[in-house]
Write a protein that binds this ligand. Structure first.
Ligand code: ZN
Length: 118
C-alpha cells in the first residue's frame, strides 16, 4: 500500500477535537480496561501500557466508540502547564509540545505508567 504524504505544515493531528469525549482502552492480555475522558484538546496515543496490576501488556484505544457516554471515567487526558512540562522527561515533554496529552487517574492515585507512551 502506498500513501502519498502531503505537506500540511507542522500541525497535522488537530483535525478533530475529542474534548469532553469518553474513550475506553482495553488490554488484550488481561481484558482489563480503563475509561478515559479528554479534558483538553490534543492528541492521545493509540496504545498505552496496561494499568492492571501485574500485567505487562498493552491497552488499545477504542477510538472513542463509546456507546454509553454516561459512564464515569477512571482516567483523564490533560494538557500539563508549562511548569509541569519542565519537570517531565524529554520524551514526554516532546510529546506534549507536539500536541500530546498526558494521562492521570481521576482519583489522584499514582499511575502505574505515569507518562504516556509512544
Ligand atoms: Zn493487561
Amino acid at each position: 500500500m502506498k500513501e502519498e504524504l502531503k505537506a500540511t505544515g507542522p500541525e497535522v493531528s488537530h483535525a478533530q477535537s475529542y474534548k469532553g469525549r469518553l474513550n475506553i482502552y482495553v488490554c488484550d492480555e488481561c481484558h482489563g480496561h480503563i475509561v478515559t475522558v479528554d479534558k483538553d484538546d490534543g492528541v492521545t496515543p493509540f496504545m498505552i501500557g496496561c494499568e492492571a496490576k501485574g500485567c505487562k501488556a498493552i491497552m488499545k484505544s477504542s477510538f472513542y466508540r463509546v456507546f454509553d457516554q454516561s459512564m464515569a471515567p477512571t482516567h483523564e487526558w490533560y494538557r500539563p502547564t508549562e511548569p509541569e512540562i519542565a519537570t517531565l522527561q524529554r520524551g514526554a515533554a516532546d510529546h506534549v509540545r507536539q500536541g500530546g496529552l498526558m494521562l492521570r487517574r481521576c482519583d489522584g492515585a499514582p499511575m502505574k505508567h505515569p507518562l504516556t507512551r509512544r
